[in-house]
Design a protein around this ligand. Structure first.
Ligand code: ZN
Length: 314
């Protein structure tokens, strides 16, 4: 059997790779099962014995998910119970994702009281859902997991055990798309609760490029603003040695300030001039009319320069 499609999610760390110890079985992924870890850090998964395909750890400060991949996409993972008899679970063509955080309102309240930083996935910030959606979109682009979810995502703890949303073996075998641990037969767990999967689907369908559309950290942005060699120089040199974005802003601002100073000087002169020479006698040249007609144009230039300076945040 030959794998189809890329087996590694771009950007995912392989520092916790378990396929060498737990080979699993090859498959063609067409389903994705979502879990929540009920912790705030990357779990050890018993050295891989209960690991999913991939884990997403929230980097809340930088509003992105850090991905750790443990098995190939088209290789069975190990985060589901599979009872003897019945249907296959882990090896039934499902990618499995663990989202670090909780779906349990009691845990949420306890962690909040303790001042911990975490994501309560049923009320996840939109950036986190957008990050999840990038993976959802990638799965549909390179594998057979469609961007759809036709199950009902039930709130925990009502989703635990034999709840109304858990699928039968036949329904599970016939399912395509995204669902949660709470929907998988032969399993009791109710994660990931009532995560807003409709919003994730919305993001995934709206997304255009999962390959390079990576969220910038504050450090990235700082680098772009102040580091030389990234922004092209004004003379068109792409690999400039000293012009950064901040240099442009500074230089443009200085030019605008100088232009305003000149405009004010011209304006002052035009207002003070009353057709007299410095000795008080009348100026024989009729320049007053000329100055008056240009005065308005000068004021317009001055206002435009003021607006430019205001935009640059003097
Ligand atoms: Zn689970």
């Amino acid at each position: 059997m030959v794998y189809s499609g890329p087996q590694k999610y771009p950007g995912a760390s392989l520092a916790y790779w378990y396929q060498d110890n737990y080979g699993g079985t090859q498959m063609e992924a067409n389903v994705c099962v979502w879990h929540t870890t009920e912790g705030t850090t990357l779990p050890s998964y018993g050295g891989g014995a209960s690991a999913p395909t991939i884990t997403a750890v929230p980097d809340i400060a930088n509003r992105r998910l850090k991905w750790y991949q443990h098995f190939d996409i088209d290789r069975s993972a190990r985060a589901l119970v599979n009872k003897s008899g019945g249907v296959q679970t882990n090896s039934a063509n499902c990618v499995q994702v663990e989202l670090v955080g909780t779906c349990d309102p009691e845990t949420r309240d306890r962690w909040r009281a303790a001042g911990r930083s975490f994501i309560f996935w049923p009320d996840a910030p939109d950036w986190a859902l957008a990050e999840v959606a990038k993976f959802v979109r990638w799965l549909s682009t390179y594998h057979r997991v469609q961007i759809k979810s036709t199950v009902t995502w039930r709130a925990y703890p009502g989703s635990y055990g034999n709840s109304p949303v858990r699928l039968s073996g036949a329904q599970w075998n016939a399912y395509y798309g995204h669902l949660g641990h709470q929907h998988v037969p032969e399993n009791d767990h109710g994660d990931p609760g009532n995560i807003d999967f409709a919003r994730i689907v919305q993001h995934a369908l709206a997304g255009t490029d999962t390959g390079s559309n990576v969220a910038l950290t504050e450090d990235d942005i700082r680098k772009i603003f102040v580091t030389d060699g990234i922004i092209a120089a004004p003379d068109g040199q792409v690999n400039n040695t000293h012009w950064a974005f901040a240099s442009y802003v500074k230089a443009t601002h200085a030019e605008a300030v100088e232009a305003r100073r000149l405009a004010q000087e011209i304006r002052k002169y035009s207002l003070d001039y009353h057709g007299k020479l410095p000795d008080g006698t009348e100026d024989p040249d009729d320049v007053y009319e000329y100055i008056r007609s240009t005065k308005e144009a000068v004021i317009r230039v001055e206002k435009a320069v003021d607006r430019l300076i205001a935009q640059l945040g003097e």
